[in-house]
Design a protein around this ligand. Sequence first.
Ligand SMILES: NC(=O)c1ccc[n+]([C@@H]2O[C@H](COP(=O)([O-])OP(=O)(O)OC[C@H]3O[C@@H](n4cnc5c(N)ncnc54)[C@H](OP(=O)(O)O)[C@@H]3O)[C@@H](O)[C@H]2O)c1
Length: 280
Amino acid sequence: MAKSLQDTTTLHNGVQMPWFGIGVFKVEEGPELVNAVKTAIKHGYRSVDTAAIYGNEEGVGEGIREGIKEAGISREDLFVTSKVWNADLGYESTIAAYETSLNKLGLEYLDLYLIHWPVEGKYKDAWRALETLYKEGRIKAIGVSNFQTHHLEDLMKDAEIKPMVNQVEYHPHLTQKELQSFCQKHGIQLEAWSPLMQGQLLDNQVLQEIANKYDKSVAQVILRWDLQNGVVTIPKSTKEHRIIENRAVFDFELTEEDMERIDGLNQNHRVGPDPDNFDF
Ligand SMILES: NC(=O)c1ccc[n+]([C@@H]2O[C@H](COP(=O)([O-])OP(=O)(O)OC[C@H]3O[C@@H](n4cnc5c(N)ncnc54)[C@H](OP(=O)(O)O)[C@@H]3O)[C@@H](O)[C@H]2O)c1
C-alpha cells in the first residue's frame, strides 16, 4: 500500500512504477500544459502520463525538462508513459511511432509504452514491436490500455512477454472487479484513467458524506480508494491548487466499510468509449 506520493509498485519485470501520477489528456500544447507538468514535479509527482494522440508530447517534454531542473532531480527519477495510437498499430509502424514520441518528448527512453486501444487484428503485431523495443532495452516496461479480459487472453496466447500494466477507465461508477482480479492473477498492474470520472462524480451524495467524515474532498476520497484497491492513479489537473489537493491522500485511511460503500456505487457506467465497441 502506497504510503507517500513517490511510493512505487513493483511491476512483474522488477521496474518500480509510482502509484500516483499526473495525466494530461485534452491539455493542448502551450504554457498551461508546460506549467501543469512542471508544477506537478515541483509538488513531488514523479509520474506523467501522455499519449501520441493527445498531440501534446512536445509540451510534456518541455515541462519535464524545466520541472526536473527546478526540482534538482534527474530524468531517471521520473516515470514517463506514452501510448501508440491506433493508426500506427503494426510492427514497423509501431516502432516508428515510438521514435516519433521519443523525439517529440525529447527523451532517450520511456518508462512505459502502451498500446492505446485493442484494435482487432492489429494489436498483436504492435505487441511484437513493443517486445522488440523492450528487449533492446529501449523501454523500461510495456503494457496495454483499454484491454478487456478476452483481449488480454488473446494477446498472451502469442506473446513472449506479458503486459506489465493495463490502463483502463476506472472510478466508483466503473469498478472493474473481474478485470482487476484477472490482472492480479497474471501480475498485470491495473492503472486507472479518468479516476475522477472527468469531474462528474464530485457532487455524488455518498462520496460527499464520506469526504465530510474524513475532512477530505470527494476527489481525495476517490483517489485514496484507488490506492487502497491497489490501482495506480493519474488524475489530470492543470490547476496548481488541485495538483496539490489531489496528492494529499496519504494522511488518512478509508475504513473497510467505506471502501465497500464506494465499491457499491458501481454502475458499470463509462464516460469513455467501450473497448468492445469502438470505431476509431
Ligand atoms: N488510456 C486511455 O484511453 C485514457 C483515456 C482517458 C484518460 N487517460 C489518462 O488518464 C488521465 C486522467 O483522466 P481524465 O483526464 O480523463 O479525467 P480525470 O482525471 O478523471 O478528471 C479530470 C477533470 O477533473 C478536474 N479535476 C481534477 N482534480 C480535481 C479536483 N481535485 N477537484 C475538482 N476537479 C478536479 C480537472 O479539471 P482541472 O484541470 O481544471 O483541474 C479535469 O476537468 C488523463 O489525463 C490521461 O492521461 C487515458
